[in-house]
Design a protein around this ligand. Sequence first.
Ligand code: SF4
Length: 385
Amino acid sequence: MNHFTPLRSLVCKVISRCNINCDYCYMYHGNDQSWQQQPLKMAEETIKQLGKRINEHTQNHQISEFSVIMHGGEPLLGGLEYLESFQRIISQNVTEIELKFGIQTNGILLSKEIFDFCVNNNISIGLSMDGYKEANDQHRLDYQGRSSFEKVEKALELLNSDQGKKIWSGFLCVIDLHNDPQKVYSYLSEYSPRFIDFLLPLNHHNLRPFGKEKSLDVTPYADWLLKVFDMWYHQKPQTIRIRKFEDIVSLFLGLQVKSEEWGLNPIDFAVIETNGDIEAVDTLKVTYPEATKLGMNIFTHSFDDIFCSSKVIERQEKWKYLSTACQECKLVKVCGGGYLPHRYSQENQFQNPSVYCSDLKKIITTIRQEVIKNLEATKHRHLVS
Ligand code: SF4
């Protein structure tokens, strides 16, 4: 491959186990169970090698800013000392660029010490939580089936403080149709997060989403999200950013977005397993065993090597590898065919429209109509004033 978009961020599986047992988790409840062969945590020599590979890649491509997300499993299981050493070793091996660190966590182990370490080192924290107690308890239970809610609310006390606001990036919230969308949004927005990412459940054509088992033409996920959109869009002042909605509006206006979920932009991130394996997007674990595997490791391969893998080329040259229905769809520039795992079927692999296609169509067209209506009203106000 001659031309590719270099990596600008890495999702690093620093810990390959978790302290709770969310039943929708793609890591532990997906078709790929390879986490069982992964070392519990990333070893010191692997972290050092990772730093060297980041350095090599950023120098080769003259990249001035690079993000490293500590992910898992649950990264805070590593404890303060381990997180400190991860950040220190990477930083020591990467020169001349601005490194941005982040942690994606369930929040349960967010102690004051870990929080202070993040504040002092400007490490952003993303919190996974699905809303009010009954909503969060639908899936986010521990191994004994107990709620994790109170412990996560404790983490929110820290993140919602003046110091916390400087590093807290916001919520990752998985949609469950049993939960009231307005109540979920009201609960999350009370904490004034910078971002909320609402995620569609990781289903595909061989594992249909709840509510779409009998027909893919129904649109319960669009209806759920549009109730949130309606509240959010008319909020004044609008201080919370909802990525899904902003991305749709940006793409509709012809702007670029970073998300892999929308649009046709090439991906610019990879996933590193605890043993140093370089992998394609980790959520593919819900599709088939080894779906994420590239057969490459940071000890034997540079990041440039992954751009020879068909699994990465398909995500770089996205449009070329879409189904004919998506290629011919009027919404493809915004939709991008949907998120890769949602497109999967055993029969056609990833050459299908998203299993959420009807929802995506409804979300995009409704938001577009609302924005146009709003722009026209603003134009009219300007003309008469
Ligand atoms: S998933 Fe559906 S809405 Fe999206 S591009 Fe494909 S056909 Fe169009």
